[in-house]
Each structure stands twice: as C-alpha cells, then as structure tokens.
Design a protein around this ligand. Structure first.
Ligand code: UDP
Ligand code: MG
Length: 319
C-alpha cells in the first residue's frame, strides 16, 4: 500500500504542533491512508521539541527532526522532504491553517495519476490592505519570472516521489519551494482551499522579514533586476545625448548653459543611477558568494522516530 509522508515545519509552535499531529492522525487514519508525519523543529526557542517527542510517544508514525538553530522555513521544508520516505509527500504548515481534509482530496488526485498537486488559496484570509498590495506586487513579479500564476500559490502541496527526488537533487542553497515545485514540471493540478484563521500562537512573519523574503526569492528565481541596470544606463545615455546637443548648440550660439544648478542635477542623477545599479549587482554577487560557499542548508541535531532516537541511521547523506 502506498504511504503518504506529511512534512510539517514548526518554529515556536508549542501551542499547535501536538494538536496538528493528533488532528492529522485522526483525519488520515479515518480515510484509511497509511502515513508518516515528518515534523521539523526549526530551532524553536520554546518547548516545541518536547511536544514533538510527546506526539511521537503517542504515535509511532511521527518522525521528529531537530535543527541546531533556526534555518528558516524553506530549509525546514527541504529537510522534511529529505527525511520523508513515503511514495507521496505533502507539505503543510503545522498551525492548521492548511485544512487537513484537503490532504485527502490531494491524495485521491495523486492516486488518479497527478504528480504535483498544488494547494491554491481561494481567498487570502484576513490580511491588512498594505500586506495584500505588497504580496500582490511580489507575486506579480514572481509570476513573470516563473511563467506560472503565483498569485494565490501557497506552500501547501503534495508531490510524487519523482518530483520530490528531482527537487532534492537541485544543488542550489537558496530555494523558493513555492515556485520550484511547479518549475520541475510533471503532471500537475491544483486544489483550492480556504486559509483558516490561526488558532493559537502567532505568525512568524514581520513586515521586514517579508521584504527580505521577497528580495531573496526574486533574486533566486530571476535576473530581471540586472536588466533594470541596463535600462537605467540606456535612459541616462539618452538624456545625456539630448543635453550634449543642447549645450553645444548654446555654446556655438555664443551663450553658455546656465552653470551650477544644471551640473549639480546631472551629477546627482548619474550618481544615484550608478549607486542603485551597483546595489543590484552587489546583491546578486552576495547571493553568488553564499551559493559558492556550499554550506549545508541546515544542520540536524536530533532525529527521533516515535520515541526512538534514530539520528545515526537517518542522518547519513541527508544534509
Ligand atoms: N516556520 C518555520 N521556520 C520559520 C518560520 C516559520 O518552520 O523560521 C513555519 C511555522 O512554524 C509554520 C509555517 O512555517 O508551520 C508558516 O508560518 P506562519 O504560520 O508563521 O506563516 P503565515 O501562515 O502567517 O504565513
Ligand atoms: Mg500560518
């Protein structure tokens, strides 16, 4: 019988993680699906790990992975995919904002032969207008970059072993999971789901971390910002041609171009264009530097299956 692995990244989720495990256990057993829950503790500062161990004592299908520090959600998802042993793997948040019943719908689609099943938000839940607008802008850019409609994309998905293995074989350290799952191709479909309110705990995203997330992922997926540099350069060149012709004409007519202000404006414009361009190029260089260092994506400090320590057998070759 085919087995489903559910990857659950958890960061400071002491209030939700046990509940998520028990709800999933109930839902999946009721549907008669053989499962495994891969809960990745992303270096939580609270008692999340103890809760995962407790959940493992109650359900031997729980595999707990503990990071040595916080490496971020993308790393946690990747670690979960690497540890998952099922024939089909789902990824969902452990705050139950992604409805567990949708998993069953996805599982049936997988049985029908779909290899990548994307969860698509039917609405974005409760968010401030500013958040909605900036998310809209970010996903607009990502949609252009990936040529896949990202507007309502989420990290809630189910993937066949083949798709999981192809994601795991990608060498880059900076991965945008949400887009990569559609980038790999395969026979895909989408399932709509309603984003639930978070029951307990709080969202881990602050305004600043969202901005950083957006920049990192745009740079990870597209080089369009580098073309902006060329565009800025071209525009400056066009303007300077006009100005050169104008100043020469004035010169031969016997008047000089009015002095200081014009010089200042031109200098400032060119100066800032160069600075912005250097900034964009610099950001790409920083990312290249991070990639060539070939550091591991994450460091695992503990792995338990049920209530058994399986670090030594599970950890090999899975970093
Ligand atoms: N998460 C994580 N590492 C982080 C931040 C978040 O593993 O550094 C997990 C978190 O525990 C949750 C999921 O990612 O399971 C989504 O986080 P959250 O609910 O805070 O995001 P939101 O639903 O508000 O977008
Ligand atoms: Mg959430």
């Amino acid at each position: 019988m085919s087995r489903l692995s559910v990857v659950l990244p958890a960061y400071n989720e002491e209030l939700m993680v046990e509940k998520a495990c028990s709800v999933l256990k109930e839902t999946l057993s009721a549907a008669g699906i053989s499962y495994e829950l891969v809960v990745v503790d992303d270096g939580s500062a609270d008692s999340t790990w103890d809760r995962i161990v407790k959940a493992g004592e109650r359900d031997s299908n729980v595999l707990g992975v503990h990071f040595s520090r916080n490496f971020g959600k993308e790393a946690a998802v990747y670690a979960g995919l690497a540890q998952a042993s099922g024939d089909v793997v789902a990824v969902m948040d452990c705050d139950l904002q992604h409805p567990p019943e949708t998993l069953i719908e996805m599982f049936h689609l997988w049985e029908q032969g779909y290899e990548v099943i994307e969860g698509v938000k039917s609405s974005r839940g409760k968010e401030s207008i500013l958040h909605k607008k900036s998310a809209g802008l970010f996903y607009g850019i990502m949609t252009k970059a990936t040529k896949v409609d990202m507007q309502n994309a989420s990290d809630f998905k189910m993937m066949d072993r083949k798709a999981v293995d192809s994601i795991l074989s990608m060498p880059e350290r900076n991965m945008f999971f949400r887009a990569t799952s559609s980038w790999v191709g395969f026979r895909s479909t989408a399932v709509e789901f309603e984003v639930r309110e978070r029951e307990a705990g709080e969202s881990k995203w602050s305004g600043w971390s969202l901005i950083k997330y957006a920049f990192t992922n745009i740079v990870a997926f597209t080089t369009v910002p580098l073309q902006f540099v060329t565009i800025i350069g071209g525009t400056c060149f066009g303007c300077s041609l006009i100005l050169i012709i104008y100043s020469l004409l004035q010169f031969f007519r016997g008047h000089a171009v009015e002095g200081y202000t014009t010089t200042l404006i031109v200098l400032l414009l060119i100066g800032s264009a160069i600075m912005v361009s250097l900034g964009i190029i610099g950001y790409y260089i920083a990312k290249i530097y991070e990639e060539v260092k070939r550091r591991p994506r994450y460091i695992v400090s503990k792995i338990v299956r049920g209530n058994k320590d399986v670090y030594d057998e599970a950890h090999q070759d899975k970093v």
